[in-house]
Design a binder for this molecule. Structure first.
Ligand SMILES: Cc1cc2nc3c(=O)[nH]c(=O)nc-3n(C[C@H](O)[C@H](O)[C@H](O)COP(=O)(O)OP(=O)(O)OC[C@H]3O[C@@H](n4cnc5c(N)ncnc54)[C@H](O)[C@@H]3O)c2cc1C
Ligand code: FES
Length: 494
C-alpha cells in the first residue's frame, strides 16, 4: 500500500553512506518531519548535524499522513484543556501557531507549494454537537478564531460544524524534500539505511547503528516512538493505525479540510496532482495489531466514499500510525539517565504537522538559546491523576494483549500447510511461538515474539505485515523491521 505522496514525489536522495567513526555536534535519528525540521534549525545555527535514517526520507508516518497544517484539531484543544487547564492550553496553541508560522515562512522562502484552506470539524450526532461546543469554547479561551459554520459544503447532512479559515494543506514529501535541500545547503549530512540501535552517553554520545558507530555531543530521537526504553515512553503512548484512500471524483469536490468529531472518524481533504484535484478520505483508526480484518477497514472507506461521492474511483490506499499520549500533550524533552544528552519528541496524536515543528523549535532552542515562553510551560506540564489513569488503562490493555497472544499460541500448533496467499498464522512450533505467512508465493516462518519486549505479533492482512499489539512495532513478511520501538528484525524460526 504506497501512499499518494510516496508514489508521486518520492525523495530519492539517500545521502552519504555511513562509514563509522564520523563525529558530529548533533545526530538526529529519523528523517520524518520532526527530524528534518530539527536538523534544519540546528544546521542553520551553525551546528554540524547528521540525520541518520533507518529506511528512507518520509518512509514512515510523515510520508503517509493527510498533511493538514491546522489549529482546528478535532477534540484536541478541549482535551488539552480538560487535562491541564487554560494555561497549558494557551501554551499548546502558542506552540502550534509558532510552528505553523515557521513552516509557512520556510515553504515560502523555498518556493514550496501549499494551499490555504478552511478547516472544518463536523458532527453528525447530538453527542458530537456537545463535543463541538466544548471545542469551540476551548478555542475561544485560547484566542483561536473558530466559529460555527452555516455551510460546511459537504454533500451529506451534518448536525453542525465549526470552522477555522486560512489553514493549510500540502504534499508532505515536497515539504520533506525542501527541508532536506535546506539541510544539505547548510552543511548537514544525511545517512539513510542505517538504524540507530543503541546510544551510550557516558562521555559524549556513542551512537551505534546497523552500519557503524558515530559520536556526537547530543542525540535527538525523532523516530516516531522513541527507540530507547530508558524513559518508558512506550508505556505512556497508544499507537493508533488508520487508513487513507485517495479518489478521482467526477465533478467538483468540497474544497475544505474536514474531520468528523463522531465515530467512525472521517478525515477529508483534496490533493492537487497534475491537473487533477483528488479527494482523500481517511479514518477507521484502531490500536496497532489489535484488528482481525484490516482489509475490511479499507473497503469500508471505499464504500463510504462511493456512497457520498458517486463515481469515486480509488487511485491509492495506504495506512500509517501515530502515537496518542496519556494527557494529550506531546512528550518532548530529555531522555532520563542520558545526562541531558539525548532528547526525544513524540506523542502528536495525529497532529504532527504543527506539533513536530513545535517540537523542533523547542529542541533547537537548547542550542540557539531562543527558548520561546510557551516551551517553558509545556516543559513543566506533568501528568494529572486523570492522565495517570489513562496511562494505566493503556498498560492494562497492553498486558491483556500480551497474555492473550501467548495463551493463543500455547493453545494451537502451527499448521503444517503454508497459509493461503496473503495470509499469516501464529501457532506453537517445537514448543515456541512461530509466525508463518505466504506473500507473493513465498512462505516465511519467523519467531512470533516481538524483539522489543516480547509481545506476540499478529497478521495485518491489508499490509502483509506482522504487527505487535503491545507498543506498535511492525515487521514485513520476511521479518524486516518497518517501524516502532523495536530496533531489530524478527528472526527466522530456527
Ligand atoms: C493516517 C494519519 C493521518 C495524519 N494526518 C495528519 C494531519 O492531517 N495533520 C497533522 O498535523 N498530523 C497528521 N498526522 C500525524 C503526523 O503525520 C505525524 O505526527 C508526523 O508525521 C510524525 O512525524 P515524525 O517525524 O515524528 O515521525 P515519522 O515521520 O514516522 O519519522 C520517524 C522516522 O524515524 C525513522 N526511524 C525509526 N527508528 C529509527 C532508528 N532506530 N534509527 C534511525 N531512524 C529511525 C523512521 O524510519 C522514520 O522515517 C497523521 C497521522 C496519521 C497516522
Ligand atoms: S512493540 Fe513492544 S513488545 Fe512489541
Amino acid at each position: 500500500m504506497t501512499s499518494l505522496w510516496l508514489d508521486t514525489h518520492p525523495v530519492t536522495t539517500t545521502g552519504v553512506p555511513l562509514a563509522g567513526g564520523e563525529r558530529y555536534d548533533t545526530v538526529v535519528a529519523g528523517a520524518g518531519l520532526t527530524g528534518l525540521a530539527t536538523a534544519v534549525l540546528l544546521a542553520r545555527a551553525g551546528q554540524r548535524v547528521a540525520v541518520i535514517e533507518a529506511r528512507s526520507v518520509g518512509a514512515v508516518t510523515t510520508g503517509n499522513t493527510t498533511a493538514k497544517l491546522s489549529l482546528l484539531q478535532g477534540r484536541q484543544l478541549s482535551e488539552v484543556r480538560k487535562h491541564h487547564g487554560d494555561e497549558v492550553l494557551a501554551a499548546y496553541v502558542a506552540s502550534n501557531l509558532a510552528a505553523q508560522a515557521w513552516l509557512l515562512s520556510f515553504l515560502d522562502q523555498r518556493g514550496t507549494r501549499h494551499q490555504s484552506r478552511t478547516a472544518f470539524t463536523y458532527a453528525t450526532t447530538d453527542q458530537g454537537l456537545r463535543s463541538l461546543e466544548r471545542e469551540l469554547s476551548a478555542a475561544d479561551s485560547a484566542g483561536v478564531p473558530v466559529s460555527w459554520s452555516d455551510d460546511a459544503g459537504l454533500p451529506f447532512r451534518v448536525a453542525g460544524a465549526i470552522e477555522l479559515p486560512v489553514q493549510t494543506q500540502f504534499h508532505p514529501l515536497e515539504v520533506l524534500d525542501s527541508l532536506l535541500a535546506d539541510l544539505l545547503e547548510h552543511g548537514g549530512v544525511l545517512h539513510t539505511g542505517a538504524r540507530v540501535q543503541r546510544v551510550g552517553t557516558d562521555d559524549g554520545c556513542r551512537v551505534e547503528t546497523s552500519a557503524g558507530t558515530v559520536t556526537a555531543e547530543r542525540v535527538i530521537l525523532a523516530t516516531g516512538v522513541p527507540i530507547l526504553d530508558r524513559g518508558a515512553h512506550f508505556a505512556r503512548l497508544q499507537p493508533l493505525r488508520s487508513y487513507v484512500v485517495s479518489f478521482r471524483v467526477p465533478g467538483t469536490v468540497p474544497g475544505g479540510m474536514y474531520l468528523s468529531i463522531d465515530q467512525p472518524t472521517r478525515s477529508l481533504r483534496t490533493a492537487p496532482v497534475g491537473s487533477e484535484e483528488l479527494l482523500l478520505v481517511g479514518g477507521n483508526g484502531h490500536p496497532v495489531g489489535r484488528r482481525d480484518s484490516t482489509r475490511e477497514l479499507v473497503a469500508d472507506l471505499e464504500s463510504w466514499a462511493g456512497e457520498h461521492f458517486p463515481g469515486a474511483t480509488r487511485t491509492h490506499a495506504w495506512s500509517a500510525q501515530d502515537y496518542r499520549p496519556a494527557g494529550s500533550v506531546p512528550l518532548v524533552g530529555e531522555l532520563p539517565l542520558s545526562h541531558g544528552r539525548v532528547q526525544v519528541a513524540t506523542g502528536y496524536n495525529k497532529w504532527g504537522m504543527t506539533n513536530a515543528v513545535a517540537a523542533a523549535l523547542r529542541l533547537a532552542a537548547g542550542v540557539t538559546g531562543e527558548e520561546p515562553p510557551w516551551a517553558e510551560v509545556l516543559a513543566r506540564t506533568s501528568l494529572s491523576p486523570a492522565d495517570l489513569g489513562e496511562g494505566v488503562r493503556f498498560n492494562a490493555e497492553v498486558a491483556g494483549a500480551m497474555t492473550a497472544g501467548w495463551l493463543a499460541t500455547e493453545a494451537r500448533g502451527l499448521p503444517d500447510q503454508p497459509p493461503p496467499e496473503g495470509s499469516g498464522v501464529v501457532g506453537r512450533l517445537g514448543g515456541r511461538p512461530a509466525a508463518r505467512s505466504t506473500v507473493a508465493g513465498t512462505t516465511c516462518t519467523l519467531s512470533a515474539v516481538c524483539t522489543h519486549l516480547g509481545g506476540i505479533v499478529t497478521w495485518n492482512e491489508a499490509e502483509s505485515s506482522w504487527d505487535c499489539p503491545l507498543h506498535g512495532s511492525r515487521f514485513d513478511a520476511s521479518g524486516k523491521l518497518l517501524e516502532g520501538p523495536a530496533v531489530s528484525d524478527l528472526p527466522a524460526f530456527e
